[in-house]
Design a protein around this ligand. Structure first.
Ligand SMILES: Cc1cc2nc3c(=O)[nH]c(=O)nc-3n(C[C@H](O)[C@H](O)[C@H](O)COP(=O)(O)OP(=O)(O)OC[C@H]3O[C@@H](n4cnc5c(N)ncnc54)[C@H](O)[C@@H]3O)c2cc1C
Length: 430
């Protein structure tokens, strides 16, 4: 398994020119690097940590087509008056941060209108459909097929008001061919006997796969990359310098590597890195966190559940339960906060008998989101520079197809899906 010990960490460049350097070894970077190596490119994948140790580790591991529904929808607009009180477990914000970037947040709200939401969910659906296929194939190829489990996902509503508030989303899911079943309290109890009878309705998304450890799955795909001859370097990247026909990738002690082309897949760090190249990516950092609990006997639920009123997701991982809280929109540099985690721990205790916390510390991170909630995959306005980021709440699920799209575009192949909605040029970057 890939880790600091078998990562090929080299202090300085070996002087060889790689075809492509991929910066960032989360699900997006690993998938891009793997697909590029398959297309015959020499690839160096560089990360400050071992693969899959940041956002691609901390997420809930849910892989499902329903993630085609972006955060900014007509439903969000309707809920906005309540959300402005800034007391919801599911979505909070730092008003000063929003005031510093009015343009990107106004665009986020503008995109929430129905016509834009339907167009965007279609694009996201195409990426997810392809990605689910790729996850199943990649996990098998890596010898880790049992890590991606077909468990299903259950969305739960405590009140008629909140269930009714999501009617629009269910209509869109059904029209797009997604199989969903609405459950009453007795059916919820049949399906998940560990749940206390506090739910008014449930919606079951049977076609959902759950990773038992998203970080380990990312590492397994990175192992496939190195197995195919890709080179992995563990070092922080400080910047890029263009010299003649190549990019020099700069580290603390000099040049880490040289490559004809560079792919930036730096997740929530992407905007800060692009700023060093004079490019502005209007990223919204949806801060998030998880806390883990010991499973005593049987897991309290057998599939991932999301409690809409409680503002949490609760997911069985390998040997432990992972509780993820909702979103806090804030600067990526703002200190982590446990306010929402503490609130959702109290909320999940209303739903299940919760085991003790594991001895692992809380994890804090950020979903890398763009104002239209569509990833940015494609060419940047500098020579031989490419971008793969902005996969918001569904980057673990959609990473493999995003990497495939990036590799197809970079090598001039016809992509499996329409690349137009994902073009970074839809933002004025320079
Ligand atoms: C609480 C939470 C729950 C989520 N749940 C889900 C879910 O259930 N399903 C789903 O599909 N998605 C989920 N997501 C979203 C998903 O986790 C992300 O979209 C995805 O992991 C992003 O992957 P990435 O490769 O773009 O970024 P990352 O995984 O963050 O990778 C970026 C990499 O860049 C590296 N890096 C940054 N700067 C430098 C530098 N200067 N030098 C070298 N390396 C650098 C970092 O070390 C990191 O490894 C969730 C996110 C959160 C926060």
């Amino acid at each position: 398994m890939t880790g600091p010990n078998n990562a090929i960490g080299c202090a300085t460049s070996d002087g060889k020119l790689a075809d492509v350097a991929v910066l960032g070894a989360g699900m997006l970077g690993v998938s891009s690097a793997l697909e590029l190596v398959r297309r015959g490119k020499t690839v160096v994948l560089i990360d400050k940590s071992a693969p899959g140790e940041e956002t691609s580790y901390g997420n809930a591991g849910v892989i499902y087509r329903g993630s085609m529904m972006p955060l900014n929808t007509p439903q969000l607009l309707r809920a906005l008056p309540g959300l402005l009180k800034n007391k919801s477990n599911g979505l909070r914000y730092n008003p000063a941060h929003i005031a510093r970037h009015p343009g990107r947040f106004l665009r986020f709200l503008w995109e929430a209108r129905e016509s834009s939401t339907l167009r965007r969910s279609k694009a996201l659906g195409s990426l997810l459909d392809r990605s689910i296929e790729r996850h199943l194939a990649l996990s098998k190829e890596a010898g880790e097929a049992d890590r991606i489990r077909h468990l299903g996902w259950l969305k739960l509503y405590r009140t008629e008001k909140s269930f009714h508030g999501s009617a629009w989303e269910r209509k869109v899911f059904r029209e797009s061919g997604l199989k969903i079943s609405v459950l009453d309290p007795a059916e919820i109890a049949d399906l998940e006997p560990g749940l206390k009878p506090i739910y008014h309705r449930g919606v079951l998304f049977d076609e959902t796969w759950i990773a038992d450890d998203p970080g380990m799955v990312t590492k397994a795909y990175a192992d496939t990359f190195t197995g195919l001859g890709g080179r992995l370097v563990q070092q922080p990247v400080g910047g890029l310098r263009r010299e003649g026909d190549r990019w020099r990738i700069l580290g603390e002690d000099g040049v880490i590597a040289e490559a004809a082309a560079v792919v930036l897949a730096l997740g929530p760090w992407s905007d800060r890195f692009l700023a060093t190249l004079g490019l502005t990516l209007p990223m919204i950092h949806e801060r998030g966190a998880h806390r883990e609990f010991v499973i005593e006997g049987e897991p309290p639920v057998s599939r991932s559940i999301t409690d809409i009123d409680g503002g949490f997701a609760f997911t069985p991982m390998r040997g432990r339960m992972r509780l993820t809280c909702g979103v806090r929109i804030d600067s990526h540099k703002a200190p982590p906060s446990t306010v929402q985690l503490d609130l959702v721990e109290a909320a999940v205790k209303q739903a299940v008998d919760l085991g003790p916390r594991t001895n692992k510390a809380d994890w804090h991170g950020a979903r890398p989101t763009l104002p239209d909630c569509i990833p940015a995959i494609g060419r940047l306005p500098l020579p031989d520079l490419w971008l793969a980021t902005g996969n918001q709440h569904m980057g673990f699920a959609s990473g493999p197809a995003s990497g495939e799209l990036l590799a197809d575009l970079l090598t001039g192949r016809k992509p499996a899906i329409d690349p137009a909605p994902f073009d970074p040029a839809r933002f004025r970057l320079s």
